[in-house]
Structures are given as C-alpha cells and as structure tokens.
Design a protein around this ligand. Structure first.
Ligand code: CA
Length: 239
C-alpha cells in the first residue's frame, strides 16, 4: 500500500506525518512502519515539542498520543487547531472510554485509534484520509446552504461575510450529505463512507461533528433547519 501517484502534491513529493508520542518503542515502530509506506516521518516525544515542530515544517497529518508527559493530548490538539485548523489529526488513546473519544473529537481531532492497535489499521486510516484529501482537491464546487457558502477545498465557509474554518471531517460529512441532499443518510453509512471502516467506533462521533457543523451553519443550532435529524436513522441536508 503506497501513496504513490495518488498524492496531491505529485508522485515525487512524499506526505509528511508528525508523530507526537512519548513511548520510544512505539514512536520508533510507527516511524519505521510509516517510512516503509513511503511517508516522511518526524517524531516528537512531548506535546510542546510537537506543537513547535508543526510550526516549523509543512506537515500533512498528525498522529497524536493522548497521554504525554508535559501537556495532555486534548490540550495539544486544541493548540494545534488554533494554528492549523485543517491538518488531519489522528489521536491515539490508551483508553477505550467513549468520553475520551468524544473529548478528543471536541478538541479537534478528526479520528482516533485505541491502543493497542495494529499498524496496518492505522496505515489504512491514514491512506483513507489522504485519498479523501485528493478527491477533495479534485472537485471544488462551492456549496450553498441557506445563507452560508461552503468552500470544500479551502476548508472554509463564509457566513455573514465572516470566514470560519472547517475541519477535514466536517467537510467530508457536508460533502456526503450534499451529494444526497434531501434524502436521509444513516449514521452508519456516514461512518462507513467517511471513515472507511465498518463497525468502527460509535456513530455518536457523527453526532458530535454534526453539533459542530450546526453551530457554524444554522442560524439557531438548537432548532436546525439545514442539517435535520431523522430520528432513529441519521441526518438529511436541506439547502
Ligand atoms: Ca503516552
């Protein structure tokens, strides 16, 4: 499995992944596995170091451990999001509690993998993200939803002349709902199409992204008119 010619930046330019992980064996294992997959990898053993490294070099994706010695992963994630609203972040969590996953997504992570995980699973997740990014840059039609205009490739929306950033998965969920506008789309289908894996995680993750999207899109997020809940099923987009 290689990124190869599918790379947006071209076949000669390798994707750069930053691994923020304090366990040396795991960091080394990840570096070896990802380099084998033709990614360019840098590592940081602490949160602050990771944030600093992200500022200095172009990074295409971040793998972030939740438990770090200096500052916790949630806080690192929030700080990264302030300076890099778009870069995909996959959080590594040692716990399987739902609350951690939801907190991670709220802090701005796009995806999470629970330790122990197989490197193959993580690489599949990474490649799925890059395939989607490639597709995202291939089509960049603005999407008009009510008073809001969404620019998928720029990962932005404009509302009342104010520009707001959209995270990677927020864009992907909007794109999927828009492809099927006016029809109910099941949570499970969103999980499968966006995350590329079935039976993974909880469909509550979808709800979490929808909550964030509504805050950006709806005039009144508690009484949504565009991203409508279909009870027992999922969501429907009304333009
Ligand atoms: Ca750790």
């Amino acid at each position: 499995m290689t990124n190869g010619a599918a790379s947006v930046a071209g076949p000669t330019s390798r994707r750069r992944i930053l691994v923020i992980e304090d366990e040396p064996d795991l960091a080394r294992g990840l570096r070896d596995a990802l380099e084998f997959e033709q990614f360019e990898v840098s590592t940081a053993g602490q949160g602050r170091e990771g944030i600093a490294r992200l500022r200095e070099a172009g990074t295409d994706l971040v793998i972030l451990d939740l438990m770090l010695p200096d500052i916790n992963g949630f806080s690192v994630c929030e700080q990264i999001r302030q300076s890099h609203p778009v870069v995909p972040i996959i959080m590594l969590t040692a716990r399987s509690q739902e609350t951690d996953k939801i907190r991670g997504l709220e802090a701005g992570a796009d995806d999470y993998v629970t330790k122990p995980f197989s490197v193959g699973e993580l690489v599949a997740r990474i490649n799925a993200i890059f395939r989607r990014l490639h597709r995202s840059t291939a089509t960049d039609e603005a999407i008009r939803i009510g008073q809001v205009t969404v620019y998928p490739r720029r990962h932005e929306l404009v509302r009342n002349r104010k520009t707001l950033p959209l995270s990677f998965y927020e864009v992907e969920i909007l794109r999927l709902l828009h492809e099927r506008k006016g029809e109910p789309v099941a949570r499970e289908e969103i999980m499968e199409k966006i995350w590329g894996l079935t039976g993974y995680g909880s469909s509550r993750s979808v709800d979490n992204f929808v909550v964030k999207l509504r805050k950006k899109i709806e005039e009144n997020a508690s009484s949504p008119r565009h991203i409508v809940t279909i009870y027992g099923t999922g969501y429907k987009l009304l333009l």
